[in-house]
Design a binder for this molecule. Structure first.
Ligand SMILES: Nc1ncnc2c1ncn2[C@@H]1O[C@H](COP(=O)(O)OP(=O)(O)OP(=O)(O)O)[C@@H](O)[C@H]1O
Length: 579
């Protein structure tokens, strides 16, 4: 029997069998459609329960039902005093004591401190506003725009997550903020809600709010979230693409059209330097994945952006799951009396991820291990595999493709168009295993990823936290497996530290490992471990495969030259050929 056929058996998805639930989770439309078709009570209830950070969704639902059955009179709802809310809450608490200590409305420092203790929230700074206990609390305290509340309800966001409960009031009070909370804990809404709430309807002054993120994929995701949140409001939102920048260049009026701009740093700096974008009216600046934006490679652009946002009353907010002390110190120098919020352990991984280290001996051992995981049924799609270089992403892709695994890859050599398509197909469940470099390690919110495999140990603890954070999001459980070899001694210590901080079981041998110095960490970040090529296929066969690929590639290139196409198509073609 063909060994590869045997190995790939384990990766088969049983669409109507045991994997049906996983697939549905991954494709929210399918779940919703099915439930609606089946006349299910409410899609909201199910989702809210799964992602109920405060364990009080059932109460919020109960309350919502009560309110709607009692009356449609909006005034009554608005007039409901905070005390009443607390009293109602206490009645319900008799029935379900799970969330006994978290009132829907927080009215005193004592209540705030109970909530902060419960959700392991640390706050630092002067005059910190009280957190909110619910989105209704926002309505009472900040007259939350009715469209905003409706948009939250429509997306089944029944109660704020820990970071949202703190960040929203702080930003609505106009304060500068450094916010650090685990991956998948809702940081996007934590900054988007206050932005959409505090902006008055559209003005022609130009951009009033700027959100910067390190990758195009993440910028697109944030853009989609903000658009959904702003439905019903007269606000114009723009993502700065190549096309948008060209439009601004040719049409001066279009520059005044937008209120909120979402962008990557480089494109923005280009646009500012060529004077097609003016940031002097920006009132709110959000740096998402802020620690990345303060790293070498982005720092200069971040500096340029800060200089271009010349409004003296500019509000600045920094968000990330990891904010190292050095970055925090740097950030503080550009902020005015900032408040600092840390949810959980600073730089800790989400507690919903079950983390495991697997010793693979050597590079060949990793391929054997992944094949064993596949045959052993441990690889339940959707799965993301991280590797340390483009070359390795391509090599692993070919290995798994040969095993007939339904796989694709995203890395810096693929065109934007290809990257977008792969992401879409992965979201739709058409691709089960996605191989990528760190280009996709931050921020991307794929629903229901079951497993993250670090085929190569990440080069820093931050990278580890963000990579594994693609699973275990919004309260769902996830698994992360990291392969290591004898060459990974230093790098694996980073992983062990994060595992310890996140309360995972770590073996004795891990605890006994020699400490890694600051200098070692720096070196590791700069230069990845040198590794031998990914392959268990005998070199003769590899050579034949390569010859075949080269021939296909050369033939495609010849065709392209004869049609005189541009370099982007050539790149796409070579990537497709290698696929
Ligand atoms: N209040 C809420 N209730 C339920 N789900 C929520 C809530 N807020 C956000 N979510 C969902 O949680 C998921 C993760 O949110 P988000 O992408 O903002 O996480 P994050 O903290 O920014 O993660 P990362 O650090 O990886 O960027 C999203 O699918 C989002 O829709």
């Amino acid at each position: 029997m063909d060994i590869f056929k045997l190995l790939s058996r384990g990766a088969t998805i049983q669409r109507n069998g045991k994997h049906q639930k996983d697939l549905e989770l991954f494709n929210p439309n399918a779940t919703a459609a099915k439930e609606v078709a089946a006349g299910s009570d409410s899609v909201d209830l199910k989702i809210a329960k799964e992602i109920d950070f405060f364990k009080n969704a059932s109460k919020a639902d109960k309350k919502a039902k009560k309110v709607s059955s009692e009356t449609n009179n909006k005034d009554k709802k608005v007039k409901q005093s905070n005390k009443n809310v607390i009293d109602n809450r206490n009645d319900e608490d008799d029935e379900e004591d799970d969330a006994v200590s978290v009132p829907l409305s927080i009215t005193s420092p004592e209540e705030a401190s109970v909530q902060r203790k419960k959700f392991k929230i640390k706050t630092t700074g002067d005059d910190i506003p009280l957190p909110i206990g619910s989105f209704e609390d926002l309505t009472t305290r900040f007259q939350l725009h009715r469209h905003l509340l409706r948009n939250l309800e429509q997306q089944n966001f029944s109660s704020p997550t820990a970071i949202q409960s703190e960040s929203i009031p702080i930003l609505l009070h106009g304060r500068d903020l450094i916010a650090c909370a685990p991956t998948g804990s809702g940081k996007t809404l934590a900054f988007s809600i206050p932005l959409v709430q505090s902006l008055k309807e559209h003005k022609t002054t130009g951009i009033r709010c700027l959100i910067v993120s390190p990758t195009k994929e993440l910028a697109t995701q944030i853009y989609n979230e903000v658009v959904k949140l702003s439905r019903g409001r007269d606000l114009n939102i723009c993502i700065l693409t190549k096309a948008a920048a060209a439009k601004f260049r040719n049409d001066a009026l279009s520059r005044q059209k937008f209120d909120i701009l979402i962008t990557t740093p480089l494109r923005l700096v280009d646009a500012v330097k060529s004077e097609i974008i003016d940031l002097s009216h920006v009132q709110h600046l959000v740096l998402d994945e802020a620690d990345k934006l303060f790293e070498q490679g982005f720092l200069e652009q971040t500096d340029d952006i800060l200089a271009a946002c010349s409004n003296p009353r500019l509000q600045k907010a920094l968000f990330s799951a990891t904010i190292p002390s050095g970055v925090e110190e740097m950030a503080k120098t550009i902020m005015h009396s900032p408040i600092r919020i840390i949810v959980g352990h600073k730089e800790g991984a989400s507690h919903d991820i079950d983390q495991k280290l697997v010793y693979a001996g050597n590079e060949q051992g990793k391929l054997i291990a992944i094949r064993q995981m596949i045959t052993g049924g441990e690889v339940v799609p959707p799965v993301i595999i991280f590797v340390q270089s483009i070359q390795r992403a391509k090599a692993l892709f070919h290995e798994l493709l040969y095993d007939k695994v339904n796989v694709d890859a995203i890395h810096g050599e693929r065109t934007q168009n290809q990257r977008d398509k792969v992401i879409e197909r992965f979201k739709q469940g058409e691709i089960w295993v996605l191989i990528c470099t760190d280009v996709l390690s931050r921020g991307i919110d794929f629903r229901g990823v079951n497993l993250v495999i670090n085929y190569d140990v990440p080069q820093s603890s931050q990278s580890y936290v963000h990579r594994i954070g693609r699973t275990g999001r919004a309260g769902r459980a996830g698994k992360a497996v990291t392969f290591f070899t004898k060459d990974d001694h230093d790098a694996v210590k980073n992983v062990v530290n994060v595992m310890k901080q996140s309360g995972c079981d770590v073996g004795d041998w891990m605890l006994k490992m020699k400490k890694i110095t600051k200098n070692d960490k720096k070196q590791l970040k700069k230069k990845p471990v040198e590794r031998t090529e990914i392959s268990t296929v005998p070199s003769v066969i590899r050579q034949k495969r390569k010859q075949r690929r080269d021939m296909v590639e050369a033939s495609k290139k010849r065709k392209l030259h004869s049609t005189d196409d541009g370099p982007a198509s050539a790149e796409q073609s070579s990537d497709e050929a290698s696929d």
